[in-house]
Design a protein around this ligand. Structure first.
Ligand code: NAD
Length: 288
């Protein structure tokens, strides 16, 4: 069965739009995206985020800075957004140019406006099993997608391939919290195939086209493909070879149309939740 991120995210976005429409307070949720430089992929991602926000009635602004921007200057700009009470949610589009230290910049955003959930306080809470209002969007989107298909990960052997701070590590924590037994693999893992062969759930977040093929997967497993890779032909593909993997898997996400749309939907959900928290409204935990 295909885990359809397009259909699932559409339903989620409709719910968010309805909630935004129901807000009676003086302010609407407002999201600010900060983009440094002219990375073509980042331009596309950020434009999509702004467009979806707009469609939901969420206010959005894009703050652009040139590629040669100094770290100190960028931090000052983020401090201004921290102080601005009309702004509920702030994100810095990654990757940042080389002269800027990503972690130091992400730590500048106030935890309560950290819509990507990357601040050490929010990540630390996730580690401790305390749900922050905004969870990292891609892994949270994966969990929502699994929930939508009523997939219970409790007791499953899960293999996460890739240990990035934005996907691999937080999805490891979320799956652990939901009682999966997680093995975190990466470029130095010896014999990845052996881990994959015994895994009931595989999350691939590597960034290499078709690195995982069906013959290494356990029959009946669940495959979540986070990778976005462009082939020389221009085609977008995941880290998993979809055609061979679908022969083995019980559930699989397509690329595109799987994890990607869920990520944007979670960004919108996080924006709404941060707005609610800042208005003194209690938000319900959904993950932990
Ligand atoms: P990254 O690019 O920071 O790191 C890649 C990870 O893969 C590293 O941890 C590395 O150890 C591991 N790796 C590399 N080669 C490997 C190998 N041969 N075997 C096992 N592990 C290996 O990771 P990222 O930022 O999480 O991005 C991964 C992919 O996910 C990229 O294609 C990215 O574009 C995509 N992505 C998609 C979304 C989405 O919304 N769909 C969001 C974030 C990232």
């Amino acid at each position: 069965m295909i885990l359809d991120g397009k259909v699932t995210s559409k339903a989620l976005l409709q719910e968010i739009a309805q909630e935004v429409g129901r807000l009676t307070g003086p302010t609407k949720p407002k999201l600010v995206a900060v983009l440094v430089g002219e990375n073509p992929a980042s331009e596309i991602y950020v434009a999509r985020k702004m467009k979806v926000a707009d469609e939901l009635g969420i206010l959005s602004e894009l703050h652009r800075f040139p590629a040669h921007t100094e770290e100190a200057f960028l931090k000052e700009e983020l401090e201004k957004l921290n102080q601005d009470t009309s702004v509920n949610a702030v994100l810095v589009q990654l990757p940042l140019p080389k002269q800027i230290h990503t972690e130091r910049v992400l730590q500048t955003i106030l935890p309560e406006k950290d819509v990507d959930g990357f601040h050490p306080i929010n990540m630390g809470q996730l580690l401790l099993g305390i749900e922050p209002p905004a969870l990292p969007c891609t892994p949270a989107g994966i969990m929502k997608l699994l929930d939508a298909y009523k997939i219970d990960v409790s007791g499953l052997n899960a293999c996460v391939v890739g240990r990035s701070n934005i996907v691999g590590k937080p999805i490891m924590l979320m799956l652990t919290q939901r009682n999966a037994t997680v093995t975190l693999c990466h470029s130095k893992t010896r014999n990845l195939e052996a881990v994959l062969e015994s895994s009931d759930l595989v999350v691939a977040a590597i960034g290499q086209a078709h690195l995982i093929s069906g013959n290494t997967l356990k029959r009946g497993c669940i495959v979540v493909d986070v990778g976005i890779n462009r082939l020389p032909s221009g085609q977008l593909v995941g880290d998993v070879d979809f055609e061979s993997a679908r022969e083995k898997a019980a559930f699989i996400t397509p690329v595109p149309g799987g994890v990607g749309p869920m990520t944007i939907a979670m960004l919108m959900m996080n924006t709404l939740r941060l707005h609610q928290v800042q208005q003194g409204i209690q938000v319900k935990n959904w993950l932990l």
